[in-house]
Design a protein around this ligand. Structure first.
Ligand SMILES: C[S@@+](CC[C@H](N)C(=O)[O-])C[C@H]1O[C@@H](n2cnc3c(N)ncnc32)[C@H](O)[C@@H]1O
Length: 238
């Protein structure tokens, strides 16, 4: 990984903002990811993220924290937050913004336990592909303290396969429709291609069943997106 994402965050943080990140996927053309959005405050966040922040309690792990926007809000509210990301640039920025406990780390290498684990801005993306979902989910479950919760957002991107006549051009013999190849470039440099997973709620719920997590729909967004809460199934029995 060249860490162009981290480089872009560092540029913005250090006052060198001249252009945005350019993204594209295996099913969509180039699009801009505005850097200011990655530094959004509470008011600039989608309602799903605001809801997740309101539900966060106890000790919190912010997985894939980016520049640390969610962590910063929670830390300012007096909550104990740990922010992790695989991007060194992202962690440097999170620290510069004042996150006390920020660490460059893959979530699969995390071993501490938490009351709340946040995965936001298509939190299922880091699972990369459907075949890896249960591995990530059971690891996340192992990081929960008794009574703990995972708050995660994603979308059903089926609409991206809809043509102008309302028909769908999805190849039903190919892989799950939310599995995408994701391409990112910044200031003329290309990042190595990544896999990025969008999961519809029902598929997430079925995957949760396989690792004994109860998956609850908390809120639906405006565009096929949703926020879910995952809790160990046994703790979920009333
Ligand atoms: C879409 S960005 C979201 C950033 C931030 N949560 C936000 O909402 O602005 C996804 C982040 O996840 C990080 N990431 C990807 N895979 C990861 C992993 N396995 N463990 C930790 N972080 C990961 C990426 O480096 C990136 O910063």
């Amino acid at each position: 990984m060249k860490d162009l994402f981290g480089k872009a965050l560092l540029d913005y943080q250090n006052g060198n903002y001249t252009e945005d990140i350019v993204t594209s996927t295996s099913i969509s053309d180039e699009d801009k990811l505005p850097l200011p959005y990655l530094f959004r405050g509470f008011k600039g966040m989608p309602s799903l993220e605001q809801k997740a922040l309101k539900l966060a309690k106890g000790s919190i792990l912010d997985v894939g924290c980016g520049s640390g926007s969610h962590s910063l809000y929670l830390q300012k509210k007096g909550l104990k937050v740990k922010a992790i990301d695989i991007s060194k640039g992202a962690i440097d920025v999170a620290k510069q913004r004042g996150i006390i406990n920020a660490e460059k780390k893959n979530v699969l290498d995390e071993t501490e336990t938490f009351d709340t684990i946040l995965l936001l801005m298509n939190g299922t993306g880091i699972f990369q592909e459907l075949s890896q979902v249960s591995k990530y989910l059971s690891h996340l479950k192992s990081l929960l303290k008794t009574g703990g919760q995972v708050l995660i957002d994603s979308s059903d991107i089926k609409y991206m396969y809809e043509d102008e006549d309302g028909g769908f051009w999805m190849d039903t013999n190919s892989s799950y429709h939310g599995e995408l190849d994701y391409f990112l470039s910044y200031k003329g440099e290309r990042e190595l291609p990544m896999k990025w997973l969008y999961l519809d709620f029902n598929t997430l719920r079925l995957a949760c069943d396989t690792v004994e997590l109860k998956c609850e729909l908390i809120l639906e967004g405006e565009h096929f997106d949703y926020l879910a809460r995952l809790i160990p199934a046994k703790a979920g029995i009333l």
